[in-house]
Design a protein around this ligand. Structure first.
Ligand code: SAM
Length: 462
């Protein structure tokens, strides 16, 4: 099915296949949502192009996730219905349950309708049910925070402060950004506020969560209202149990939405091939993307123009399942930025309130780290203390040609060493070898440990 969105050619040319990396000059045809090289078909979420390495299968996963979300909502509604049928409820209890029932009902129907409008229909998949592909409702409250608790012309303190933190760093950038990429844009508010402030040639807002993408598309691009029920699970004195939130499109959507685009994609397999963005924003992303910040820095660096800048804002609340060695401190991340030939031009730490709903009695405050890092011309090849080479830490850096003595020849070691040409990085070598190794092999880890060992032996022998 062809793509229906009016993306400018200048932006379309930057797209590539997220699976085999064929470019638009090769076999990747953005307009047809197809890569003719690896034969992968992609799909639209309404008018939002979605390019994931799994291709159309990603839509099947989403359909299953939507069915699970709606199924759970249905189960919740059944439970409340059963409770309401009891004889031992006072009128007050009955009213509380009935209010929550109504809010749940609105959410079930609104979510179902929203996805139907985007032509992604809920469908349960037996095979996927044993795999736990994740909860689509994980970031549901962001829709309220971004669009329901305030308006663009009268922003809440939370949204306003989020924007001010970013705005204060814009002055430190070497140039006014024209092409903006926002990774992990969520329900879209910060990217929208930035877009309206900077008035760039275009903003591309990327996320992998279809509920947030669909809500952002509906409000900003389609300029259609949404309705959701907000409720808190715990009673709070003097606060309502539920609220029906009627969310209207931002008042400036008509004039400014034509060059603000949404893209469904995973930051680890972005369908973008060119270094054409002069600003990349990562709002509340670096700690929750399931990967290694070093690799994210590599991705960002490769997508930035030579004078481009990376703006980050958010806490370092790394997800529970991330191994301890990847829960980097501010200091470590700044070290990586320098190694990646970028310079932190400015930074700030703020205590910021988070998800403060008008119907929330509790406060949540997070430490938010915001910084601007700009690409530099210098080549920081000097590794930090304790490390043999910068390219061993930053897997996107080219590995220089050097003389390795292979004391214990092994086909894999020989294959890795043969690929070193002064340009390829550990990531490049990993992409070449991944299909030659058993599925599930942590290829990057294998390459790092082989080359680390060879480097050490080389150092000891000189
Ligand atoms: C904590 S939320 C922040 C959302 C938004 N930036 C904000 O400040 O409200 C993290 C966002 O990153 C997205 N995300 C997480 N991992 C991702 C990945 N690998 N690729 C694309 N998006 C991702 C989530 O779907 C979610 O919208």
């Amino acid at each position: 099915m062809p793509s229906k969105i009016a993306i400018p050619a200048q932006l379309i040319n930057q797209f590539c296949c997220p699976k085999c990396f064929a470019t638009s000059e090769e076999s990747f045809v953005f307009e047809n949502l197809k890569c003719n090289r690896c034969e992968t078909d992609f799909f639209n979420l309404g008018n939002v192009p979605c390019f994931f390495p799994a291709g159309f299968h990603q839509k099947t996963i989403w359909q299953h996730q939507i069915a699970t979300l709606l199924g759970n909502a249905e189960q919740g509604l059944n439970n409340i219905r059963e409770s309401l049928a009891r004889y031992d409820l006072s009128e007050t209890t009955r009213k509380r349950l009935a209010d929550i029932y109504k809010a749940n009902l609105i959410n079930r129907d609104s979510i179902k309708l929203l996805f139907e409008k985007k032509s992604v229909i809920a469908e349960y998949n037996e095979q996927l049910s044993s795999m736990n592909p994740g909860d689509l409702g994980e970031y549901f409250d962001l829709i309220f925070r971004d669009w329901a608790w305030d308006s663009v012309s009268l922003p809440s303190e939370e949204n306003h402060n989020a924007f001010l933190r970013i705005k204060s760093l814009l002055d430190k950038l070497p140039q006014t950004p024209k092409n903006i990429l926002v990774l992990g844009a969520g329900a879209g508010r910060l990217s929208w506020d930035l877009h309206n402030h900077l008035k760039p040639e275009f903003t591309l807002a990327v996320d992998s969560n279809p509920l947030l993408l669909a809500a952002a598309d509906e409000l900003i691009k389609q300029q259609q209202a949404l309705q959701f029920g907000e409720f808190k699970l715990f009673p709070q004195a003097s606060f309502p149990t539920t609220l029906t939130q009627s969310i209207t499109p931002p008042d400036n959507a008509t004039s400014n939405a034509h060059n603000w685009f949404l893209l469904g994609a995973n930051v680890w397999n972005l369908p973008l091939s060119k270094s054409n963005f002069d600003l990349i924003l990562t709002p509340w992303l670096i700690d929750v993307n399931g990967g290694d910040v070093r690799d994210l820095i590599g991705i960002i660096y490769n997508l930035l123009t030579p004078k481009g800048s990376w703006l980050n804002t958010g806490p370092l609340l790394f997800t529970r399942h991330l191994p301890l060695q990847l829960k980097y401190s501010h200091e470590e991340i700044k070290e990586f930025i320098t190694l990646a030939n970028m310079e932190v031009a400015a930074e700030r730490i703020d205590q910021a309130q988070y998800l403060i709903s008008p119907m929330e009695a509790r406060l949540r405050e997070e430490q938010v780290w915001s910084f601007a890092a700009t690409r530099t011309k210098s080549n920081n090849s000097e590794p930090p203390p304790g490390v043999l080479a910068s390219w061993l830490i930053m897997h996107h850096l080219p590995i220089p040609i050097m003389d390795f003595r292979l004391t214990q020849p092994h086909p894999l070691v020989e294959a890795i060493v043969a690929l070193i040409d002064g340009e390829k990085s550990i990531n490049n070598i990993s992409n070449i070898l991944v299909n030659q190794l058993p599925p599930g092999t942590a290829v990057i880890d294998v390459i790092v440990s082989i080359l680390g060992q060879l480097l050490l032996e080389r150092e000891l022998s000189t």
